[in-house]
Design a protein around this ligand. Structure first.
Ligand code: BGC
Length: 258
């Protein structure tokens, strides 16, 4: 299908997919979700990924956002997924499981690509930071529209804390500790202010499941930087995965014709 890709967003709690029209930057099917298997071993996750692919009867290139540092299809971290993913070739494993070519990149990076091209960042310049709020805290760093991949800003340490920021301020921390959105928002504010100090961004875009509750915590945010929820809501990860597949496929074709 020309200009249409299956985008799949692999998260710590769910694997979500839909067919995306890249001209409009919109889903053209309903979103389909299966729970991320626990434990999320490569074999089990591959099967769940394939369930999404089969649901759409898809047999073409797939774009995939994956919750880890990804370089050339290989995972170099495993924070909210099984440790067996460390050093694994995600592209190959998911490709084998689905019988399709899978072009994979970090989940927050691709969500950011979607927002920068179709959503809240489309008219913005300078330094844009997409922060995704889910099982982890993901980050997508953009400088004048260009992605700086694998920024991993959920892994910074906050002052006087001996755990990484996402253990304190991701949505999973809110759920595990039974915090209200306001209580959690105060934590998230502390995190965002630290990131603001480190990067002096021009815009923060908040994505992931947590961003749907923006109205319930935005009043406790104290950053000077403009802070907005993702316009594509939690479809950003799917749309961005499809966008990435198209971009990467063009680059591969280009290098073959050189
Ligand atoms: C991972 C990131 C990912 C984020 C959101 C973090 O634990 O290290 O790679 O983007 O979670 O899923």
């Amino acid at each position: 299908m020309k200009g249409k890709y299956l985008g799949i967003d692999v998260g710590g709690s769910g694997i979500k997919g839909a067919i995306v029209d890249l001209k409009k930057g919109e889903l053209i099917t309903e979103r389909f979700r299966v729970p991320t298997p626990k434990p999320s071993l490569p074999s089990a996750l591959g099967e769940a990924f394939n369930e999404v692919v089969e649901h759409f009867q898809w047999n073409d290139v797939i774009g995939c956002g994956f919750p880890a540092i990804i370089k050339d299809g290989i995972s170099y971290s495993a924070s909210n997924i099984h440790k067996k993913w460390m050093g694994a070739n995600v592209s190959k494993i998911l490709g084998k499981a689905s019988g399709c070519k899978v072009l994979v990149s970090n989940d927050a990076d691709v969500a950011g690509l979607a927002e920068v091209h179709y959503g809240a960042g489309r008219n913005a310049t300078g330094t844009i930071l997409m922060i995704t709020i889910g099982s982890g805290l993901g980050s997508g760093l953009f400088i004048n529209g260009e992605l700086v991949p694998n920024s991993e800003l959920g892994h910074v340490y906050l002052k006087d804390m001996d755990i990484i920021a996402e253990r304190y301020a991701a949505d999973s921390a809110r759920k595990n500790e039974g915090l209200s959105w306001e209580e959690w928002g105060l934590r998230f504010d502390k995190y965002l202010r630290h990131i603001e100090f480190l990067f002096s961004p021009d815009l923060f875009i908040l994505g992931g499941g947590g961003s749907k509750k923006f109205d319930q915590f935005s009043h406790v945010l104290t950053c000077k930087t403009e802070t907005v929820p993702a316009e594509l809501k939690n479809h950003a990860g799917i749309i961005g995965a499809a966008y990435y597949a198209n971009k990467k496929k063009s680059l591969i074709l280009e290098s073959k014709t050189l």
